[in-house]
Design a protein around this ligand. Sequence first.
Ligand SMILES: Cc1cc2nc3c(=O)[nH]c(=O)nc-3n(C[C@H](O)[C@H](O)[C@H](O)COP(=O)(O)O)c2cc1C
Length: 181
Amino acid sequence: MAKILLLYHGIYGHTRKICEAIAEELERQGLASDLDEIANAAAARPEAYETVVIGAAIRNGKHNPLVIEFIRNNLDLLEARRSAFFSVNLVARKPEKNTAETNPYVKAFLERSPWKPGLVGVFAGNLDYQRYTFMDRHIIRFIMTLTGGPTDLHTKVEFTDWERVRRFAGQVRDLACSAPV
Ligand SMILES: Cc1cc2nc3c(=O)[nH]c(=O)nc-3n(C[C@H](O)[C@H](O)[C@H](O)COP(=O)(O)O)c2cc1C
């Protein structure tokens, strides 16, 4: 059976929640997977897997340096496996910015990344002002002001389209079951 590792980086738990939904759908389709934070990647032993999926949230315009570092340090490993990447951000709540081809963070990531994943996804994230630290609340509120999003500090909204997440999981399954790279 194809072995799949899901590695993620996020701060407030939503990227993990998306990974869990992918893992659940994979399981429903008969494929086992393991899930871990990218900070624990060495202990997760990515070399033991045939397929590696990396999910990362955007914070202040960037994917976390840990993600970039992992990719740089494990380029040979990633290139020798089937691999997929997805980004989670709030800009992707806009229909015209919710694909790998149109999301500015994914476009910038792919332009700069030496790793060319076999599958790329992007999902709209979560907005829950009351969960954030004082600083984060005001940073994200500023971003929402600039991008025309909700600024009421009681807003709690999941912009994620879970059906798209499940479709992506199906694509991960197809990738994992395809011929070895
Ligand atoms: C402090 C902070 C900064 C953020 N910066 C951006 C940003 O620059 N662009 C964007 O599209 N989303 C931004 N987001 C939205 C997150 O990407 C989104 O909330 C995501 O669901 C967070 O995932 P997590 O719960 O795994 O951390 C930011 C969120 C926070 C809390």
